[in-house]
Design a protein around this ligand. Sequence first.
Ligand SMILES: N#Cc1c(-c2ccc3ccn(Cc4ccc(CN5CCCC5)cc4)c3c2)n[nH]c1N
Length: 242
Amino acid sequence: MQLDVISIFPDYLAPLDLSLIGKARRDGLIDLRVHDLRDFTHDRHRTVDDTPYGGGAGMVMKPQPWSEALDHVAAQSDSRPVLIVPGPGGQRFDQATARDLAAQSHLVFACGRYEGIDERVYDYAARDFDVRILSLGDYVLNGGDVAVLAMVEAIARLIPGVIGNADSLVEESHEDGLLEYPVYTKPADWHGRRVPEVLLSGDHAKIAAWRHAQRLTRTAARRPDLLPAAAAMSAGDLEIRL
Ligand SMILES: N#Cc1c(-c2ccc3ccn(Cc4ccc(CN5CCCC5)cc4)c3c2)n[nH]c1N
């Protein structure tokens, strides 16, 4: 998969050189390129923002640098990329979104800052991109960079080979609508707190049943809003024993 990120803070994306995503890049599973938006300016101050028409607080990102950056990325694509623009007013980014985007061949992320990007850029981008405005959640960040870090990680880990053990992707929170079960490791007795005996039993059927029950209990306690969708995903055989 080809991923391009455009930002005025390229160093914000440095964590994508680390851990499993970094290894996937080195292994050639992911071709991730980060572009500095200021490289597409032409004034001595490398200006990317200006005051908003109509007044109001803050600054707005100028359209010209974005148009040139997007043209540059589109010219290097052999498909019609998906352009993801994080924003507080976007559609919610969730696991289903991550799965859908992980199936795409070329993703481009536009990291806005200030009060956002000039609205005309979205229309301009629609010529060469499938434009999606996505939000991490109902709170306000200072820019799109942190959102892109989260989105890239959520998407990239679904690409075959990125997560060594594909079993890790099963029974994850939100994969089938339920939250994850509790996990334990050695020692079996830690400060007088024992690991549930069933997990030491070696009875894999009992362990699987216990873990599923834990997922149901946790989801009912923490995210009851997820239960209807989870029931639909499991074709109605979801029996909630609390
Ligand atoms: N994903 C995601 C996000 C973001 C996000 C993503 C991208 C950018 C680029 C700039 N900002 C800052 C900002 C702050 C307030 C406003 C609203 N203002 C009201 C009057 C004019 C604008 C617009 C932008 C961003 C925030 N926040 N929360 C999420 N879940």
